[in-house]
Design a binder for this molecule. Structure first.
Ligand code: XMP
Length: 327
């Protein structure tokens, strides 16, 4: 039997009851596959890896070793939430790696988008590899592969191995408990596992994180502007009923300054760009019709609360001709 093929008879997981049945089934299967061996997981805090972590914690407890790499490009509050939920609430065996300086030093002065992505991806593997080498007796690598990853890798669109690229001498047997599930099913399972709503219903976030939203060569000051303005945008969308309604929304910051006025004096600052889009499959996208008074309120908050910013722009461009991200 092809274990990468979803059986035609498999029911779509839409209710807590179906999710609980899936969880019980997976716990039995995971225990049978893993026994008393140890499993390593790169835990980003995204939906897929979080659900895999929560499942494995239930199945094998401390024999799951989670590695959370903070590359400095995460959204505000994300590393703290991973520690709170997994270490404090679920008692996970969690290694937190503060690699912020390491990533930002490597990225300093690099303006070309694809080069930035490559550096972030390669450095991630390197940090993960170093952590894996410090550990003994790891035989398995867990991954948050989901069914669209498998379908896309069969189509040749992308390779689905999230932590692909580990060296030959560091190969593990894979554990992929949600690989036959679609995203909406992963969310139902996550909720049944007790993960917080803002983790389970999180909007998509690119692997290279804020690195592709701090346009051009990343600097620490603009990275902070993007992180803080994104946090304000998310807070205001949540308060105004747009969370869960708009598919993806974020801020980006270009590498230019313009003249403005703050506190009665000339103030050269960065512009912040707001993007808010809807889509089915991310191949095309339309722009959300955000109420104008809300945009004005967000503009006022960003320009007063975020140091270094003096303008806010709203991106009216659908995909095509734009892409969703700016890089
Ligand atoms: P674009 O910008 O291509 O984005 O219209 C389509 C969707 O993919 C996300 N995205 C990425 N996700 N690594 C990822 O994991 C990336 O390098 C990357 N670039 C774009 C983007 O956020 C959107 O949801």
């Amino acid at each position: 039997m092809d274990t990468n093929k979803r059986p035609d008879t498999m029911q779509r997981i839409t209710t807590p009851e179906l999710a609980n049945a899936f969880i019980d089934e997976q716990i039995t299967a995971l225990r049978a596959q893993i026994g008393d061996k140890k499993v390593l997981l790169a835990l980003s805090g995204g939906v897929d890896s979080s659900v895999v972590a929560a499942l494995l914690i239930k199945a094998i407890g401390q024999n799951l070793v989670c590695v959370h790499v903070n590359h400095g490009l995460l959204r505000k509050g994300e590393p703290e939430q991973v520690i709170e939920v997994f270490r404090n609430q679920m008692n996970a065996n969690l290694i937190y790696v503060d690699a912020v300086d390491r990533f930002l030093d490597k990225l300093a002065g690099v303006a070309e988008p694809e080069k930035k992505r490559k550096i972030i991806g390669a450095e991630f593997i390197r940090v993960f590899e170093e952590e894996a080498r410090k550990l003994d007796n790891i035989e398995f690598l867990a991954q948050g592969t989901i069914y669209p990853d498998i379908l896309e890798s069969e189509d040749g669109v992308k390779a689905h191995h999230n932590v692909g690229g580990l060296p030959e001498d560091l190969q593990f047997e894979l554990v992929e408990p949600v690989k036959l599930l679609f995203k909406d099913e992963v969310r139902v399972v996550g909720k049944a596992l007790g993960l917080p709503d803002n983790m389970v219903f999180r909007q998509p976030f690119p692997g290279p994180g804020l690195g592709v939203r701090c346009l051009g060569a990343i600097t620490r000051d603009r990275l902070e502007c993007v992180r803080e303005s994104d946090a304000i945008l998310r807070e205001e969308f949540a308060k105004n009923g747009l969370e869960g309604k708009v598919w993806q929304y974020f801020t980006a910051i270009p590498d230019i300054k313009s003249v403005g006025v703050k506190d009665g004096a000339r103030y050269e600052g960065y512009p912040v760009i707001i993007r808010a889009i809807n889509t089915k499959d991310a191949m095309t996208a339309t722009v959300e019709n955000v109420p104008f008074d809300l945009l004005q309120h967000i503009t006022s908050r960003i320009t007063t609360e975020v140091d270094g910013v003096n303008r806010v722009l709203f991106d009216l461009t659908p995909k095509p001709s734009g892409t969703i991200e700016w890089e």
